[in-house]
Design a protein around this ligand. Structure first.
Ligand code: ZN
Length: 435
């Protein structure tokens, strides 16, 4: 275990051993500023030595691995992060509720025209949230560790290298898919710039120019997403016209996997890397090479192992502590509930949980907020407040399992709880790995 250290001015220094931290605290030379990861701030001037600290990020749309390795191969920080997956659903709910509201008898509002085009750099909310989560996590980490370099893994495979092994230099840096705004280009890359119908309909000769074809034609409601698109030449595209795949080829349409994770990785390269650049110099590598490194170093398969391989320095020593961090939803600003009150006709008007913007309850002058980390002495466990009844609370562990005091009720009386500290959008649990 390591204790993270800040200097007198709040700037990060190298972490130290708990014994040293204990001594400093005892002598009144330092104070505790953060419980998890445990961080102290020195109260006296110390220039402190700093080493190069390299962060490896195994980026992902659901799980992220983070590892910090020093230049001499000491792994000083390890974390696995679970991201929220409910953004898309929430945005869709909001959209549906807004639409319903507009169609009710309401005041007249002039139509607006400033919302007909997406601004430059727009990303779907679910992806934007993920990119920002990566950035925020590293920004937070930079507050306790003197980060000098960041390395991110951006794609499972090296698209450019597969298609055109001879490109290098600036062309390679930018990528021929710069921006990746066009799904069409993506589909062409995915299908290797080959006409999908060339072998299925050899009676029609292929033309030189490539485009994409909708498997289910757009006129019949086919979507514009990659799973409905194949790379195809203009001749075959024109010949197919409004026909279904079956009519045109006499075969069942292929089942195309969802390639969103891959698309997400490309988003990372174009959006996240420039953002991280603001924190420290950032470089990116391809998953292909990570796998090889991991095998050579005899690392496992977890996201943290990946992150250590991505950091690029062979681990000589590893801290036995690792953190499981989970992104949670703390605030809610929706105007109204879809279901006013579960199972009842009347909306819940007076109960405390109805005031959604302040998710907290006060009992005997003690305030309990959403995602507070609490200790339950009866079962000797720590958990997080995940919800409220009128006067009691629900407690979950980091994996989302309810902690209960009785078999009958999930809710727990706050009298039984001891507040450890409060949380905002991330909850965190420390684990000791037995190596
Ligand atoms: Zn063709």
């Amino acid at each position: 275990m390591l204790v993270f250290v800040l200097n007198k001015h709040g700037k990060p220094l190298m972490p130290c051993k708990p014994s040293k931290a204990r001594k400093l605290l005892k002598q009144g030379k330092a104070k505790v500023v953060k419980k998890e990861p445990f961080t102290i701030q020195l109260l006296y001037g110390s220039s402190g030595y700093k080493q190069k600290c390299i962060v490896g990020i195994d980026a992902g749309s659901k799980n992220i691995g983070i590892a910090v390795t020093t230049e001499d191969g000491r792994v000083i920080y390890k974390a696995q992060v679970e991201l929220r997956q409910d953004i898309k659903e929430n945005i869709e709910t909001r959209r549906r509720l807004r639409r319903a509201r507009r169609n009710r008898k309401t005041r007249y509002r002039k139509p607006r025209f400033l919302n007909r085009r997406r601004p430059e750099g727009w990303l779907p909310p679910s992806i934007r949230a993920r990119v920002e989560a990566h950035y925020n996590l590293i920004k937070k980490l930079a507050q306790i560790i003197p980060i000098t370099e960041i390395r991110v893994e951006v794609t499972q495979f090296d698209v450019q290298a597969i298609l055109n092994p001879n490109i290098h230099g600036e062309e390679y840096q930018k990528g021929r898919m710069h921006g990746f705004d066009s799904v069409k280009e993506y589909v062409k890359i995915r299908d290797g710039f080959k006409c999908h119908y060339a072998k299925l309909r050899p009676d029609i000769p292929c033309s030189g120019k490539l485009t994409v074809d909708h498997i289910i034609p757009r006129s019949k409601g086919g979507a514009d997403n990659p799973s409905n698109l194949v790379c195809c030449c203009e001749a075959h595209n024109t010949a197919k016209g409004h026909m279904n795949y079956e009519q045109f080829t006499g075969q069942q349409p292929p089942k195309i996997e969802d390639f969103r994770p891959v698309a997400f990785m490309n988003v990372l390269k174009d959006y996240l890397v420039p953002m991280l650049q603001k924190i420290a110099s950032t470089g990116y590598i391809f998953g292909l090479y990570t796998r090889r490194t991991r095998r050579e170093w005899g690392l496992g398969k977890s996201h943290i192992d990946d992150a250590m391989a991505i950091a690029g320095i062979k681990p000589r020593w590893q801290d036995n502590v690792w953190y499981y961090i989970k992104q949670v939803r703390k605030k809610k600003r929706s105007l109204h509930e879809e279901i006013p009150r579960k199972g009842r006709k009347e909306p819940n008007k007076e109960a405390k949980r109805n005031s959604k913007n302040t998710k907290e309850i006060a009992i005997n002058g003690k305030k309990w907020c959403l995602w507070d980390k609490v200790y339950i002495s009866d079962i000797d466990k720590t958990g997080f407040i995940s919800g409220f009844t009128n006067n009691w609370v629900y407690i979950q562990d980091i994996y989302g399992n309810y902690l209960q005091l009785s078999d009958k009720y999930k809710q727990i009386n706050p009298k039984k709880l001891q507040l450890m500290y409060r949380n905002n959008n991330y909850i965190c649990e420390r684990f000791i790995s037995t190596l």
